[in-house]
Every structure is written in C-alpha cells, then in structure tokens.
Write a protein that binds this ligand. Sequence first.
Ligand SMILES: Cc1cc2nc3c(=O)[nH]c(=O)nc-3n(C[C@H](O)[C@H](O)[C@H](O)COP(=O)(O)O)c2cc1C
Length: 160
Amino acid sequence: MKTAILYASDFGTTKKCAENLQNKLKGECDLIDLTKKEKIDYDSYDKFVLGTNVKMGRINKYAKKAVKNKKINSKLQGIFILCGYPQTAEKYFEKNFKEKYTKNVVVKECFGGNLDLKTESTFVNIALEQLKAFNKEKGIKNPQVNYTKVSNFARILNRR
Ligand SMILES: Cc1cc2nc3c(=O)[nH]c(=O)nc-3n(C[C@H](O)[C@H](O)[C@H](O)COP(=O)(O)O)c2cc1C
C-alpha cells in the first residue's frame, strides 16, 4: 500500500503538517510538493492525501487543480487544510471541495494554522497582522497547529 501526500504551502505550516503526517502513516509514503509542479506517477500510488493552506478563503491553486484531476480524486482518501480561522474551516471545505471530486474521501480535517509568521513580503506581513487583529477583536485565540488532530487523521487512514 503506497501513499502520496500532495501538499501546497506558502509559509511552511502545511508542509510541516505533511511531514508530521508522513511519519504517522503506515506503509510507504511519499511527500509531493504540488507547487514544484513535478510530474506525478499516479499509477504507482494506491492512496492520495491532499493538504493545502487557505488564503482569502481559497485553497492553493495547485491543490485546486489536483482535486479536479481524476487520477488523483479517484484515490483521494484524506484532505487537510491549514488556515488562520479554524472556526471557519467547515465553510472552506464546502466552498473549495466539490462533492463530485471528494466521493472517496474518508477524513477531512483542519489542523489549525499559524499567523505568527514573518515573511519577506510587506503585503503578506500586513495581511497577517490584520488577521491577528481580527481574532483579537473577536476574542479568538490565534491558531496553532494541532498535532493531536494529525494523529487522529493518520489513525483513520491507517485503518483503511
Ligand atoms: C495573504 C494571506 C491571506 C490569508 N487568508 C486567510 C483566509 O482567508 N482565511 C483563513 O482562515 N486564513 C487565512 N490566512 C492564514 C493562513 O491560512 C495561515 O497563515 C496558514 O497557516 C498558512 O499556511 P502555510 O504556512 O502552509 O502557507 C491568510 C494568510 C495570508 C498570509
């Protein structure tokens, strides 16, 4: 049973979760960074897992493309997202993952997110400050990565 975790990350949080998940999944498991646009040997995998960040309410464009790919979605069993507002995760799933592409998915989860990032882009740093300010105003704690959720996600996939 060979698995590929396909992921798309801008600032490394989704990547970190993909790596953590890789260590928790049974059997052979490859990590594939979708943003590198490398050729994927679809037939060599029995199972796909997709991980993506959320920006402006949308999943990463490479993840969006991957989920529409029949060679991937026919074997897609797990989806995880990372975002700044985990309380909105259900909406992000609904909006970004059409039922017709996710028929074989057995587990969907938001692993939390990270807003405490400093990037080289002033625009991104301002956006992150605004997201934190919004949470503060609403009295919501800033998100962190929840590794217990990663373990539970792995447990479900390992049963299949
Ligand atoms: C420009 C920008 C826009 C974002 N938009 C959203 C958003 O609409 N909703 C949300 O919940 N989080 C949003 N976030 C927060 C990211 O999803 C969060 O920082 C996530 O951990 C990033 O994952 P990554 O490190 O894998 O790129 C945004 C972050 C940035 C920098």
